[in-house]
Design a protein around this ligand. Structure first.
Ligand code: PHE
Length: 466
C-alpha cells in the first residue's frame, strides 16, 4: 500500500461517506418512480431480496478488494489479478467502472440540477406567498423547464463544478467533512416528513400499494436488480475506491450491513412520503396529474410540502437537502474517475479533477439537451420506446447493463479467483470470527453470478422474441 494513501478519519466517517454515495437520487427520486411504474408490492419485495442476496455480498466484496490493495478499481484488479488466471485482463473490470462513472455522472448531474432549480423555485413561491396546489400546472412547468436547453446545461454544469470543488479538497477534508454534516440532516428531515404523512388520507393506501403482493413481469425483476446495484453504488468500483481509504481496523461486514440498511430505509421512507401524497387525491385526478414518470419528485411533492406546518420553510429546505444527497453521490462518482488518474497515471489530485471534470462535461451537455431541447437527442431510442432519449437510454444502459455486468465480474473474481485466505482474513479483521462466511461465499460464488446471468439471458431472450 502506498505510504501516502489517504484514510477516513473514523469509522463513522467511512460509513457516512459510503452511505452518502449510496443514498442519493436513486433513493429519493428514482426508487419511488420505478416502484410506482412497476405497481409497488411485488417489485419492492424483489428489490429487498436483491439487496440482501446480491447487493450486500457484493458490497462486502468491493470494500474488501479496495482495502486489501489500497488502490482504486483499475489498480486493485491489476494487483490482485496478477496472481490469478486472467492476469491483467481483470483490470478491464476496473476500466468498466471508470467508464460507468462518466455515464452515470452525465445524467445524474442533470437531475441533481433539477433539485437545485426546485430549491430556487420553492424559495420563490415561499417568499411570494404562492402555494403551488394546481398539479396539472406543476406538470406543465416541469415539462417546460426540462425542455429549456440553456437552463438544463447551466444547472447540470453548476452541479459538476461544486462536485469538483469537494473532490479537489480530498478524501478527509472534502468528502468526509461534507457527508458528516449533510447525511444526518437529510435523515432527520425525511423522518419528520414520514411521520407527518401517517396522518394524510392516502397513507393506508400507500402502505397497501407498497407492500401488497401482485403480478410481476421479467422486466420488473431486471429493473429491481439493476436498481439494487444503482442505489447501493455497486458494480462500478465506487466502494472499491472508498474501501481503499478504510483503515485496517474496520469491520467490513458490519459497515456494509449498516450502509445497506440505511440505504434501504431511506428509499422506503421516500416512498411512504411520496405515495401518501399520490394516494391522497381521487383516482381520476391521480390518473391525469401523476404520470408514472421521472417527474413525480417535482410535480407531486410540492403539494405535500406546502400543506405541512411551516411548509413555506420546509419545501425549499427539502429540495436543497435532496441536492446535498445527490452531491454526496456525485462526489463518489467523480472520485472513481479521479482516483484512476491519481493511482494509474500519477497525476496530482488537482489535475485529475480538472481533466475528469472537463471530460464529464462533454458528455453531460448532450444529455442535458435530450429532454426536449434537441429533437434528435430527445428521440433516439436504442433500448426501445420505454427508454427513449439520450437521458433515459444512458440511465437504462448504466443501471441495467453496466452495473450488473460489473457486479458479475466482481463476484466471479472474489468468489472463484481470490483465495479464501484473503477474503476471509479481510472480512474477519476488525471483528470476531465471521460465522456466516460460508453463506457469504456461497452467495458470491453461485447466487450473485447466476442471478445476474439469468437476468441478462432472460432480457436478451425476451427482447429477441418480442
Ligand atoms: N447510489 C447512488 C444513488 O442512489 C448513485 C450512484 C451509483 C452513486 C453508482 C455512485 C455509483 O443515487
Amino acid at each position: 500500500m502506498s505510504e501516502t494513501r489517504p484514510q477516513w478519519g473514523s469509522r463513522v466517517g467511512f460509513i457516512l461517506a459510503a452511505a452518502g454515495s449510496a443514498i442519493g437520487l436513486g433513493n429519493i427520486w428514482k426508487f419511488p418512480y420505478i416502484t410506482y411504474a412497476n405497481d409497488g408490492g411485488s417489485f419492492v419485495l424483489v428489490y429487498l431480496a436483491a439487496v440482501i442476496l446480491i447487493g450486500a455480498p457484493i458490497m462486502m466484496a468491493e470494500i474488501l478488494i479496495g482495502r486489501r490493495t489500497g488502490k482504486s478499481p483499475v489498480g486493485a484488479f491489476l494487483e490482485l489479478g496478477s496472481e490469478v488466471v486472467g492476469g491483467r485482463l481483470w483490470s478491464a473490470v476496473g476500466g468498466l467502472g471508470v467508464l460507468g462513472g462518466f455515464v452515470i455522472f452525465s445524467y445524474y448531474s442533470v437531475v441533481a440540477g433539477w433539485t437545485v432549480y426546485y430549491f430556487g423555485q420553492c424559495a420563490y413561491w415561499s417568499l411570494n406567498g404562492i402555494t403551488p396546489h394546481i398539479d396539472a400546472d406543476l406538470g406543465r412547468q416541469f415539462g417546460d423547464f426540462v425542455a429549456n436547453g440553456p437552463l438544463q446545461v447551466t444547472f447540470a454544469t453548476s452541479f459538476l463544478v461544486v462536485t469538483m470543488l469537494v473532490v479537489m479538497l480530498g478524501v478527509k477534508r472534502g468528502i468526509e467533512r461534507v457527508t458528516r454534516v449533510l447525511m444526518p440532516i437529510l435523515f432527520s428531515l425525511l423522518l419528520g416528513m414520514c411521520i407527518i404523512s401517517v396522518w394524510s388520507p392516502g397513507f393506508r393506501q400507500a402502505m397497501h400499494f407498497l407492500f401488497h403482493v401482485g403480478p410481476l413481469t421479467s422486466e420488473a425483476i431486471l429493473e429491481a436488480v439493476g436498481h439494487a446495484f444503482f442505489t447501493l453504488s455497486l458494480g462500478m468500483g465506487a466502494l472499491i475506491t472508498y474501501g481503499s481509504y478504510v483503515s485496517r481496523r474496520a469491520s467490513i461486514r458490519r459497515d456494509a450491513a449498516v450502509i445497506c440498511v440505511l440505504d434501504t430505509v431511506i428509499a422506503l421512507m421516500a416512498c411512504v412520503v411520496m405515495f401518501s401524497v399520490i394516494f391522497s387525491v381521487s383516482t381520476a385526478e391521480r390518473a391525469t396529474t401523476f404520470s408514472k414518470s421521472a417527474a413525480i419528485l417535482f410535480t407531486t411533492l410540492p403539494r405535500l410540502l406546502y400543506s405541512l406546518p411551516f411548509g413555506a420553510l420546509v419545501a425549499p429546505v427539502f429540495y436543497i437537502l435532496v441536492a446535498f444527497a445527490a452531491l454526496t453521490s456525485t462526489v463518489s462518482l467523480l472520485e472513481v474517475v479521479v482516483s484512476y488518474f491519481i493511482d494509474q497515471r500519477r497525476w496530482s489530485r488537482h489535475r485529475a479533477v480538472l481533466v475528469a471534470g472537463g471530460m464529464i462535461l462533454a458528455v453531460s451537455v448532450p444529455v442535458a439537451l435530450s429532454l426536449g431541447a434537441n429533437d434528435l437527442l430527445t428521440s433516439i431510442a436504442p433500448f426501445g420506446q420505454r427508454n427513449a432519449g439520450l437521458f433515459s437510454s444512458l440511465d437504462f444502459f448504466a443501471s441495467n447493463w453496466m452495473l450488473p455486468i460489473g457486479g458479475l465480474f466482481i463476484s466471479l473474481f472474489v468468489g472463484w479467483f481470490l483465495s479464501v485466505d484473503v477474503s476471509r482474513s479481510e472480512l474477519e479483521t476488525g471483528g470476531e470470527e465471521f460465522r456466516l462466511y460460508p453463506v457469504w461465499r456461497f452467495l458470491v460464488r453461485y447466487v450473485c453470478p447466476l442471478a445476474i446471468i439469468w437476468i441478462v439471458i432472460a432480457v436478451i431472450g425476451g427482447k429477441a422474441f418480442n
